[in-house]
Design a protein around this ligand. Structure first.
Ligand code: NAD
Ligand code: UDP
Length: 308
Protein backbone atom coordinates (compact mmCIF):
# COMPACT_ATOMS: atom_id res chain seq x y z
CA UNK A 1 0.00 0.00 0.00
CA UNK A 2 0.99 3.63 -0.46
CA UNK A 3 0.91 5.26 2.97
CA UNK A 4 1.43 8.87 4.05
CA UNK A 5 2.48 9.74 7.60
CA UNK A 6 2.26 13.37 8.72
CA UNK A 7 4.70 14.07 11.54
CA UNK A 8 6.62 11.06 10.28
CA UNK A 9 9.98 12.30 11.52
CA UNK A 10 8.81 12.55 15.14
CA UNK A 11 9.32 10.04 17.93
CA UNK A 12 6.25 7.92 17.18
CA UNK A 13 6.17 8.65 13.43
CA UNK A 14 9.72 7.36 12.93
CA UNK A 15 8.84 4.03 14.60
CA UNK A 16 5.63 3.75 12.58
CA UNK A 17 7.42 4.47 9.27
CA UNK A 18 10.08 1.89 10.08
CA UNK A 19 7.49 -0.80 10.88
CA UNK A 20 5.33 -0.10 7.82
CA UNK A 21 8.39 -0.16 5.53
CA UNK A 22 9.38 -3.51 7.06
CA UNK A 23 5.84 -4.71 6.32
CA UNK A 24 6.45 -3.96 2.61
CA UNK A 25 4.61 -0.65 2.14
CA UNK A 26 5.64 2.54 0.34
CA UNK A 27 5.97 5.35 2.85
CA UNK A 28 5.93 9.12 2.38
CA UNK A 29 6.39 11.32 5.40
CA UNK A 30 5.25 14.94 5.56
CA UNK A 31 6.94 16.98 8.28
CA UNK A 32 8.00 20.58 8.89
CA UNK A 33 10.60 19.46 11.48
CA UNK A 34 9.06 21.76 14.09
CA UNK A 35 9.68 19.37 17.01
CA UNK A 36 11.91 16.67 15.50
CA UNK A 37 15.17 16.22 13.68
CA UNK A 38 15.67 14.51 10.35
CA UNK A 39 18.21 12.20 12.08
CA UNK A 40 15.22 10.25 13.45
CA UNK A 41 14.58 8.88 9.96
CA UNK A 42 18.20 8.95 8.73
CA UNK A 43 18.43 5.17 8.48
CA UNK A 44 15.27 5.03 6.34
CA UNK A 45 16.45 7.58 3.76
CA UNK A 46 18.35 5.06 1.64
CA UNK A 47 15.24 2.86 1.29
CA UNK A 48 13.78 3.38 -2.24
CA UNK A 49 10.25 2.97 -0.81
CA UNK A 50 10.71 5.91 1.58
CA UNK A 51 10.21 9.60 0.74
CA UNK A 52 10.35 12.80 2.78
CA UNK A 53 8.23 15.85 1.91
CA UNK A 54 9.12 18.96 3.91
CA UNK A 55 5.78 20.67 4.43
CA UNK A 56 3.69 22.37 7.12
CA UNK A 57 0.23 20.72 7.20
CA UNK A 58 -1.46 24.01 8.08
CA UNK A 59 -1.14 24.59 4.30
CA UNK A 60 -2.95 22.32 1.78
CA UNK A 61 -1.20 18.99 1.17
CA UNK A 62 -0.41 18.38 -2.48
CA UNK A 63 1.72 15.27 -2.62
CA UNK A 64 1.50 13.60 -6.05
CA UNK A 65 0.47 9.96 -6.42
CA UNK A 66 -2.40 7.95 -4.98
CA UNK A 67 -2.43 7.10 -1.28
CA UNK A 68 -4.42 4.32 0.43
CA UNK A 69 -3.89 5.33 4.04
CA UNK A 70 -2.91 8.47 5.98
CA UNK A 71 -1.69 8.46 9.59
CA UNK A 72 -2.03 12.00 10.99
CA UNK A 73 0.66 12.41 13.65
CA UNK A 74 1.82 15.96 12.91
CA UNK A 75 1.64 18.01 16.10
CA UNK A 76 4.16 18.86 18.79
CA UNK A 77 3.29 16.43 21.58
CA UNK A 78 5.09 17.34 24.79
CA UNK A 79 3.75 20.15 27.01
CA UNK A 80 7.03 22.04 26.62
CA UNK A 81 6.90 21.91 22.80
CA UNK A 82 3.19 22.42 22.27
CA UNK A 83 3.26 25.50 24.53
CA UNK A 84 6.28 27.08 22.74
CA UNK A 85 4.04 28.35 19.93
CA UNK A 86 0.44 27.68 21.01
CA UNK A 87 -1.05 29.28 17.91
CA UNK A 88 1.01 26.94 15.69
CA UNK A 89 -0.22 24.03 17.82
CA UNK A 90 -3.91 24.81 17.46
CA UNK A 91 -3.48 25.69 13.77
CA UNK A 92 -1.81 22.31 13.25
CA UNK A 93 -4.65 20.52 15.00
CA UNK A 94 -7.48 22.33 13.25
CA UNK A 95 -6.25 23.63 9.86
CA UNK A 96 -3.85 20.70 9.61
CA UNK A 97 -6.64 18.20 10.29
CA UNK A 98 -8.82 19.86 7.62
CA UNK A 99 -5.97 19.65 5.10
CA UNK A 100 -5.33 16.00 5.98
CA UNK A 101 -9.02 15.14 5.62
CA UNK A 102 -9.28 17.03 2.29
CA UNK A 103 -6.20 15.16 1.05
CA UNK A 104 -7.71 11.82 2.17
CA UNK A 105 -11.02 12.67 0.53
CA UNK A 106 -9.29 13.40 -2.82
CA UNK A 107 -7.37 10.12 -2.53
CA UNK A 108 -10.28 8.07 -1.18
CA UNK A 109 -7.85 7.09 1.58
CA UNK A 110 -8.49 5.99 5.16
CA UNK A 111 -7.23 8.39 7.85
CA UNK A 112 -6.04 7.44 11.32
CA UNK A 113 -5.99 10.40 13.69
CA UNK A 114 -3.41 10.35 16.52
CA UNK A 115 -5.62 11.76 19.26
CA UNK A 116 -4.72 11.79 22.91
CA UNK A 117 -5.71 11.08 26.48
CA UNK A 118 -5.48 14.88 26.89
CA UNK A 119 -9.02 15.06 25.45
CA UNK A 120 -10.04 13.86 28.94
CA UNK A 121 -8.21 16.85 30.52
CA UNK A 122 -7.82 16.57 34.31
CA UNK A 123 -10.22 13.62 34.50
CA UNK A 124 -13.01 13.28 37.04
CA UNK A 125 -13.56 9.67 35.95
CA UNK A 126 -10.91 7.05 36.63
CA UNK A 127 -9.81 5.02 34.74
CA UNK A 128 -10.84 6.85 31.59
CA UNK A 129 -13.29 5.13 29.26
CA UNK A 130 -13.89 6.38 25.71
CA UNK A 131 -17.39 7.46 26.77
CA UNK A 132 -15.98 9.99 29.27
CA UNK A 133 -16.36 13.48 27.82
CA UNK A 134 -13.52 15.07 29.70
CA UNK A 135 -12.63 18.01 31.90
CA UNK A 136 -10.51 20.46 29.91
CA UNK A 137 -9.89 24.08 30.89
CA UNK A 138 -10.54 25.89 27.60
CA UNK A 139 -8.61 28.94 28.84
CA UNK A 140 -5.47 27.30 30.18
CA UNK A 141 -2.01 26.84 28.64
CA UNK A 142 -2.69 23.19 27.69
CA UNK A 143 -5.86 24.07 25.75
CA UNK A 144 -4.05 24.79 22.46
CA UNK A 145 -3.26 21.08 22.44
CA UNK A 146 -6.24 19.58 24.30
CA UNK A 147 -8.96 21.61 22.59
CA UNK A 148 -7.12 21.35 19.28
CA UNK A 149 -7.15 17.55 19.52
CA UNK A 150 -10.81 17.58 20.55
CA UNK A 151 -11.68 19.75 17.52
CA UNK A 152 -9.65 17.39 15.31
CA UNK A 153 -11.79 14.44 16.49
CA UNK A 154 -14.91 16.50 15.68
CA UNK A 155 -13.55 17.24 12.19
CA UNK A 156 -12.91 13.52 11.62
CA UNK A 157 -16.53 12.74 12.51
CA UNK A 158 -17.91 15.62 10.40
CA UNK A 159 -15.88 14.63 7.32
CA UNK A 160 -17.05 11.07 7.89
CA UNK A 161 -20.75 11.96 8.17
CA UNK A 162 -20.79 14.73 5.56
CA UNK A 163 -18.37 13.38 2.93
CA UNK A 164 -18.05 9.69 3.78
CA UNK A 165 -14.32 9.93 4.58
CA UNK A 166 -13.14 6.70 6.21
CA UNK A 167 -11.63 7.63 9.60
CA UNK A 168 -10.12 5.93 12.64
CA UNK A 169 -9.52 7.71 15.97
CA UNK A 170 -6.91 6.49 18.46
CA UNK A 171 -6.53 8.16 21.88
CA UNK A 172 -2.89 7.64 22.80
CA UNK A 173 -1.80 7.56 26.45
CA UNK A 174 1.72 8.55 27.59
CA UNK A 175 4.16 6.74 25.31
CA UNK A 176 7.93 6.44 25.73
CA UNK A 177 10.88 4.70 24.13
CA UNK A 178 14.00 5.24 22.04
CA UNK A 179 14.06 8.38 19.84
CA UNK A 180 12.11 10.55 22.29
CA UNK A 181 13.71 13.96 21.82
CA UNK A 182 16.14 14.81 24.61
CA UNK A 183 14.81 18.39 24.71
CA UNK A 184 11.19 17.27 24.86
CA UNK A 185 10.74 18.01 28.57
CA UNK A 186 8.63 14.88 29.04
CA UNK A 187 8.94 13.08 32.32
CA UNK A 188 10.52 9.84 31.08
CA UNK A 189 13.24 11.53 28.99
CA UNK A 190 13.89 14.22 31.62
CA UNK A 191 14.29 11.72 34.48
CA UNK A 192 16.53 9.36 32.48
CA UNK A 193 18.81 12.17 31.24
CA UNK A 194 19.02 13.67 34.74
CA UNK A 195 19.72 10.29 36.39
CA UNK A 196 22.41 9.37 33.84
CA UNK A 197 24.13 12.75 34.32
CA UNK A 198 23.88 12.53 38.13
CA UNK A 199 21.87 15.77 38.11
CA UNK A 200 18.86 16.44 40.37
CA UNK A 201 15.59 14.81 39.31
CA UNK A 202 13.03 17.59 38.77
CA UNK A 203 9.78 16.49 40.41
CA UNK A 204 6.89 18.83 39.61
CA UNK A 205 4.51 19.07 42.57
CA UNK A 206 4.63 16.34 45.20
CA UNK A 207 5.01 13.53 42.65
CA UNK A 208 1.68 12.00 43.75
CA UNK A 209 0.10 12.65 40.33
CA UNK A 210 -0.15 9.49 38.22
CA UNK A 211 0.48 8.46 34.62
CA UNK A 212 0.31 5.09 32.84
CA UNK A 213 3.30 4.56 30.55
CA UNK A 214 3.17 2.65 27.30
CA UNK A 215 6.19 1.40 25.35
CA UNK A 216 6.25 2.64 21.75
CA UNK A 217 6.15 -0.81 20.07
CA UNK A 218 2.79 -1.55 21.76
CA UNK A 219 1.35 1.70 20.37
CA UNK A 220 2.58 0.96 16.84
CA UNK A 221 0.94 -2.49 16.96
CA UNK A 222 -2.32 -0.87 18.15
CA UNK A 223 -2.15 1.77 15.37
CA UNK A 224 -1.72 -0.82 12.62
CA UNK A 225 -4.49 -3.06 14.00
CA UNK A 226 -6.87 -0.10 14.25
CA UNK A 227 -6.05 1.18 10.76
CA UNK A 228 -6.55 -2.19 9.09
CA UNK A 229 -9.79 -3.37 10.65
CA UNK A 230 -13.15 -2.60 9.06
CA UNK A 231 -16.25 -1.18 10.66
CA UNK A 232 -14.97 0.44 13.86
CA UNK A 233 -14.16 4.16 13.72
CA UNK A 234 -13.28 4.52 17.39
CA UNK A 235 -12.34 6.36 19.44
CA UNK A 236 -10.20 3.70 21.06
CA UNK A 237 -7.82 4.16 24.00
CA UNK A 238 -4.38 2.72 23.29
CA UNK A 239 -2.25 2.78 26.43
CA UNK A 240 -0.80 0.64 29.18
CA UNK A 241 -3.15 0.56 32.20
CA UNK A 242 -0.30 0.02 34.69
CA UNK A 243 -0.46 3.26 36.66
CA UNK A 244 2.44 4.81 38.59
CA UNK A 245 2.91 7.95 40.62
CA UNK A 246 5.57 10.23 39.19
CA UNK A 247 7.52 9.65 42.40
CA UNK A 248 7.49 5.89 41.79
CA UNK A 249 8.73 6.53 38.25
CA UNK A 250 11.60 8.66 39.57
CA UNK A 251 12.62 5.94 42.03
CA UNK A 252 12.57 3.29 39.29
CA UNK A 253 14.65 5.40 36.91
CA UNK A 254 17.21 6.23 39.63
CA UNK A 255 17.53 2.52 40.53
CA UNK A 256 17.75 1.29 36.91
CA UNK A 257 20.37 3.93 36.02
CA UNK A 258 22.38 3.10 39.16
CA UNK A 259 22.31 6.86 39.82
CA UNK A 260 23.00 8.92 42.93
CA UNK A 261 20.71 11.75 41.77
CA UNK A 262 18.57 13.40 44.39
CA UNK A 263 14.97 14.45 43.87
CA UNK A 264 14.24 18.20 43.93
CA UNK A 265 10.72 19.58 44.01
CA UNK A 266 9.49 22.28 41.61
CA UNK A 267 6.10 23.92 41.01
CA UNK A 268 3.39 21.80 39.41
CA UNK A 269 2.52 23.24 35.96
CA UNK A 270 -0.95 24.79 35.58
CA UNK A 271 -3.73 22.28 34.80
CA UNK A 272 -1.38 19.29 35.15
CA UNK A 273 -3.74 16.26 35.28
CA UNK A 274 -3.74 14.57 38.71
CA UNK A 275 -4.34 11.07 37.43
CA UNK A 276 -4.44 9.19 34.16
CA UNK A 277 -5.12 5.55 33.36
CA UNK A 278 -6.71 4.08 30.25
CA UNK A 279 -9.61 1.66 30.30
CA UNK A 280 -8.63 -0.61 27.40
CA UNK A 281 -11.72 -2.87 27.29
CA UNK A 282 -12.65 -1.61 23.81
CA UNK A 283 -9.13 -2.15 22.41
CA UNK A 284 -9.21 -5.71 23.76
CA UNK A 285 -12.67 -6.44 22.42
CA UNK A 286 -12.48 -4.76 18.98
CA UNK A 287 -8.78 -5.19 18.14
CA UNK A 288 -7.65 -8.09 20.33
CA UNK A 289 -4.97 -5.61 21.51
CA UNK A 290 -3.28 -5.28 24.86
CA UNK A 291 0.15 -4.01 25.85
CA UNK A 292 2.99 -6.54 25.99
CA UNK A 293 5.94 -4.44 27.21
CA UNK A 294 5.77 -3.40 30.86
CA UNK A 295 7.75 -0.53 32.39
CA UNK A 296 10.42 -2.85 33.85
CA UNK A 297 11.25 -4.03 30.33
CA UNK A 298 10.70 -0.80 28.39
CA UNK A 299 12.59 1.55 30.71
CA UNK A 300 15.94 -0.30 30.44
CA UNK A 301 15.68 -0.22 26.61
CA UNK A 302 15.01 3.52 26.74
CA UNK A 303 17.82 4.12 29.24
CA UNK A 304 20.18 2.21 26.93
CA UNK A 305 19.14 4.47 24.03
CA UNK A 306 19.89 7.63 26.01
CA UNK A 307 23.13 6.18 27.41
CA UNK A 308 24.51 5.61 23.91
P1 NAD B 1 6.88 14.55 18.14
O1 NAD B 1 6.91 15.97 18.53
O2 NAD B 1 8.14 13.75 18.31
O3 NAD B 1 6.38 14.38 16.64
C1 NAD B 1 5.47 15.25 16.03
C2 NAD B 1 5.96 15.52 14.61
O4 NAD B 1 5.04 16.41 13.95
C3 NAD B 1 7.33 16.20 14.57
O5 NAD B 1 8.17 15.55 13.64
C4 NAD B 1 7.01 17.63 14.14
O6 NAD B 1 8.08 18.24 13.46
C5 NAD B 1 5.79 17.41 13.26
N1 NAD B 1 4.94 18.59 13.11
C6 NAD B 1 4.48 19.42 14.08
N2 NAD B 1 3.70 20.38 13.54
C7 NAD B 1 3.67 20.15 12.20
C8 NAD B 1 3.04 20.80 11.12
N3 NAD B 1 2.28 21.89 11.28
N4 NAD B 1 3.24 20.30 9.86
C9 NAD B 1 4.00 19.21 9.66
N5 NAD B 1 4.63 18.55 10.66
C10 NAD B 1 4.46 19.01 11.92
O7 NAD B 1 5.68 13.86 18.96
P2 NAD B 1 5.27 12.33 19.09
O8 NAD B 1 5.42 11.96 20.50
O9 NAD B 1 5.92 11.51 18.04
O10 NAD B 1 3.70 12.45 18.81
C11 NAD B 1 3.13 12.10 17.56
C12 NAD B 1 1.62 12.29 17.63
O11 NAD B 1 1.07 11.45 18.65
C13 NAD B 1 1.19 13.72 17.95
O12 NAD B 1 0.08 14.06 17.16
C14 NAD B 1 0.79 13.66 19.41
O13 NAD B 1 -0.19 14.60 19.72
C15 NAD B 1 0.27 12.23 19.53
N6 NAD B 1 0.39 11.74 20.93
C16 NAD B 1 1.61 11.42 21.46
C17 NAD B 1 1.70 10.98 22.78
C18 NAD B 1 3.02 10.59 23.40
O14 NAD B 1 3.04 10.17 24.56
N7 NAD B 1 4.13 10.66 22.71
C19 NAD B 1 0.54 10.89 23.56
C20 NAD B 1 -0.68 11.26 23.00
C21 NAD B 1 -0.75 11.67 21.67
N1 UDP C 1 6.96 15.94 35.26
C1 UDP C 1 7.85 16.04 36.33
N2 UDP C 1 9.14 16.38 36.04
C2 UDP C 1 9.59 16.61 34.79
C3 UDP C 1 8.68 16.49 33.70
C4 UDP C 1 7.37 16.17 34.01
O1 UDP C 1 7.49 15.83 37.51
O2 UDP C 1 10.80 16.90 34.63
C5 UDP C 1 5.56 15.55 35.56
C6 UDP C 1 4.50 16.46 34.95
O3 UDP C 1 4.23 17.55 35.80
C7 UDP C 1 3.33 15.50 34.80
C8 UDP C 1 3.99 14.16 34.52
O4 UDP C 1 5.33 14.28 34.98
O5 UDP C 1 2.62 15.41 36.01
C9 UDP C 1 3.98 13.77 33.04
O6 UDP C 1 4.50 14.85 32.32
P1 UDP C 1 4.77 14.78 30.75
O7 UDP C 1 5.21 16.16 30.34
O8 UDP C 1 5.68 13.66 30.41
O9 UDP C 1 3.37 14.42 30.09
P2 UDP C 1 1.85 14.82 30.33
O10 UDP C 1 1.19 13.54 30.68
O11 UDP C 1 1.73 15.81 31.43
O12 UDP C 1 1.41 15.38 29.02
Amino acid sequence: MNILITGGSGFIGSHLGEKLLANGHDITIVDNFFSSKVENVARLKSNPNFKIVVHDITYPIEVPGHFDQVYNLACPASPVWYQKDPVHTIRTNVLGMINVLDFARRNNARVLQASTSEVYGDPMEHPQKETYRGNVNTLGPRACYDEGKRAAETLCMDYHRQYGVDVRIVRIFNTYGPRMASDDGRVVSNFILQALAGKPITMYGSGSQTRSFQYVSDLIRGFILMMNQDGFIGPVNIGNPNEFTIKQLAEKVIALCGSKSEIIYEALPEDDPKQRQPDISIAKEKLGWEPLVMLDEGLPKTIEYFRT
